[in-house]
Write a protein that binds this ligand. Structure first.
Ligand SMILES: *[C@@H]1O[C@H](CO)[C@@H](O)[C@H](O)[C@H]1NC(C)=O
Ligand SMILES: *[C@@H]1O[C@H](CO)[C@@H](O)[C@H](O)[C@H]1NC(C)=O
Length: 211
């Protein structure tokens, strides 16, 4: 019962979004159709839910929560640079809800480690996703409250991201060093392969993001 009520509510929101855009002639061009699945995903992009990514990358069964970049993400991963999700987040405008990064220059970052074969693992984990570039990961950090540190790396042979060649972008609230990079991969995959990490870089931001 509870589930079907939630589904109805989401469909009502989708109708509202379409209605709101159609009201204003000058914004008709930006009208878009959303599915209730897209709304369900958008509502999961909150700080409390680690932005659609409650399990950190070092835990078995974790999946990237989002993609930020121009390339195509694996299916079911919401894109925060193009597509509907950003417009939807603006319309929903829930407390604690994510808003896509504005087109701003990221603040300065200091590299704290380079080219490791292990990724950072720390309780100050905020969220992780996929990006095309290190710069895109820094821009995402800018949009997440409390973000201070990014770890970008190639998570190779990883089924949880559909073997995507995109960079993994993990965000943390504490500035971390190489001593935190102790997730060295090695997770067995459903196809019998072993996942491994390369080109792991850490960058600390001079001033944490405050949104
Ligand atoms: C319609 O949209 C334009 C541009 O977004 C805005 O400037 C205008 O105030 C809106 N008009 C109404 C009636 O909402
Ligand atoms: C990164 O490390 C790998 C070995 O793990 C090495 O082959 C590669 O040349 C290094 N790249 C850079 C840019 O240092």
């Amino acid at each position: 019962m509870h589930f079907s009520f939630t589904a109805l509510k989401l469909v009502a929101l989708a109708t509202f979004a379409l209605h709101a855009s159609a009201q204003n002639e000058s914004s008709v061009a930006t009208a878009f159709t959303v599915s209730s699945d897209e709304i369900t995903t958008a509502l999961k992009l909150t700080a409390g839910n680690h932005y659609n990514c409650p399990l950190p990358p070092w835990e078995k069964g974790s999946e990237p929560g989002w993609h930020y970049g121009h390339s195509s993400p694996p299916p079911h991963i919401p894109c925060l640079k193009h597509g509907n999700t950003c417009s939807l987040l603006e319309i929903l405008d829930q407390p604690g809800c994510f808003h896509c990064p504005p087109k701003s220059t990221p603040p300065e970052y200091t590299k704290t480690f380079s080219n490791l074969t292990c990724a950072a693992q720390d309780d100050s984990y905020l969220t992780y996703g996929l990006t095309d570039t290190v710069e895109d990961c820094q821009t995402m950090c800018d949009a997440v409250d409390g973000c201070t540190f990014i770890n970008t790396y190639h998570d190779n042979n990883a089924a949880d991201k559909d073997y995507s060649p995109l960079l993994t972008c993990a965000l943390f609230s504490k500035c971390l060093t190489a001593s935190s990079a102790d997730n060295c991969g090695g997770q067995g995959q459903p196809d019998g392969g072993i996942e491994f990490i390369t080109q792991s870089y850490g960058y600390c931001k001079k001033k944490p993001t405050s949104t």
